[in-house]
Design a protein around this ligand. Structure first.
Ligand code: KG4
Ligand code: ZN
Length: 354
């Protein structure tokens, strides 16, 4: 079964044609990074307008590259939540329009479920990468979300949050720290690159939420540490100082992500850990997770970079699994800014759950 996937929840306009085995027949990602870069973050209204500009072209390109037309796909999958309202609406209205005009079944996909299932995508150019089997524990770290899940299967009811960030997402912290230091946007890939040359021990940033039993994260304190440093000392002047600050920051974020993910996997008794979301592109995270998993006998599955950052292939695949089972959504479904997954972590300060 071939499915057209559409993604417009944040700052990528994307479309892909994927089958229900996870094979990617085509994928197009039109990034808005250059549009938002001058502002150091995503400007929602600009994002919506640019999705409007690009959506038709992106869908046409994805179909053309897969050598199919609308008659050649058996269903449409579109991100309906979570994301920016105006941005989501563009993809959802395009998808509903196509489904109505072509009499195709349509399913609404939760963006986070897409990220969690991205590990199952295969591209014709991939080598023989082993795919994990259920159940697994997944770290999802992106610009908007950071949480650990137990994944027993692809359905919403089979995915359980074990712990999430109480404040900033990990990617958001990367972006804000890069902005504070005066680096570009998005900050994650830049910090990743600069940290490789830095000395992480020069700025010993305290580890957040280090309580052994907690699977929750907090990244706002680390971000504030860097902001305070810049307020007191000015922006780092030398390349070495920039690199050391990036390395110190990245080290605590990565250690926090890895330590808690491993703890979750061990306490859930699963054998496999999966990384997902844009921050899973981080090289130190990939390396540290591999080392930590090897030490305790867990196997680690890491998607290729194109599957980590936002894309429509993961949405098409998540939707294809439902469509292949004969499921479909009533085309009156709505968008939402929050995820459909059950959340257990309380945001903000205040008493923590035991
Ligand atoms: O999953 P994603 O593409 O979009 C969201 O759903 O948010 O994630 C984007 C986030 C951004 O915050 C970006 O800075 C971060 O992922 N990111 C990285 C790296 N590449 C992207 N963070 C750290 N290291 C990277 N190499
Ligand atoms: Zn995402």
């Amino acid at each position: 079964m071939l499915v057209l996937g559409i993604e417009s929840s944040c700052d990528e306009t994307a479309a892909a044609v994927v089958d229900d085995s996870g094979l990617v027949h085509s994928e197009i990602v039109r990034s808005q990074v250059a549009l938002h870069a001058p502002y150091g973050g995503v400007v929602p209204e600009l994002a919506s307008r640019d999705h409007m500009k690009g959506i038709t072209l992106v869908i046409r390109q994805a179909l053309a590259r897969a050598s199919v037309d609308f008659g050649g796909v058996q269903g449409i999958a579109v991100t309906s939540q979570p994301g920016l309202s105006g941005a989501l609406l563009v993809g959802v209205q395009a998808a509903k329009g196509i489904a109505w005009a072509r009499d195709l079944p349509i399913v609404a996909v939760d963006h986070l479920v897409g990220h969690l299932l991205a590990i199952f995508l295969r591209r014709p150019t991939d080598g023989s990468t082993a795919v994990p089997s259920y159940p697994f524990v997944a770290l999802l770290a992106s610009g908007g979300h950071t949480a650990i899940y137990r994944v027993d299967g692809p359905a919403l009811s089979q995915i359980r949050e074990l712990g999430a960030t109480r404040d900033d997402a990990a990617g958001e912290a990367f972006d804000k720290v890069a902005k504070a230091i005066g680096l570009g946007y998005p900050g994650g890939p830049i910090v990743d690159r600069l940290a490789a040359q830095g000395d992480a021990a020069r700025f010993p940033i305290p580890a957040p939420m280090a309580r052994r039993d907690s699977l929750e994260f907090s990244f706002s304190g680390i971000k504030s540490f860097v902001a305070r440093y810049v307020a007191e000392h000015g922006k780092p002047q030398t390349p070495a100082e920039v690199a050391d600050l990036c390395a110190g920051f990245q080290r605590v974020v990565v250690q926090s992500l890895v330590t808690k993910t491993i703890r979750a996997a061990l306490s859930e008794g699963v054998t496999t850990v999966v990384l997902s979301g844009g921050v899973a592109a981080n090289r130190e995270l990939r390396r540290a997770a591999a080392d930590a998993c090897a030490r305790v006998g867990l196997s680690l599955a890491v998607p290729p970079l194109a599957s980590c950052t936002d894309n429509a292939a993961m949405i098409a695949y998540a939707g294809a699994l439902r469509l292949a089972r004969g499921e479909r959504d009533d085309p009156s479904f709505r968008t939402a800014t929050h995820t459909a997954l059950l959340r257990v972590t309380r945001k903000g300060r205040g008493p923590r759950a035991a």
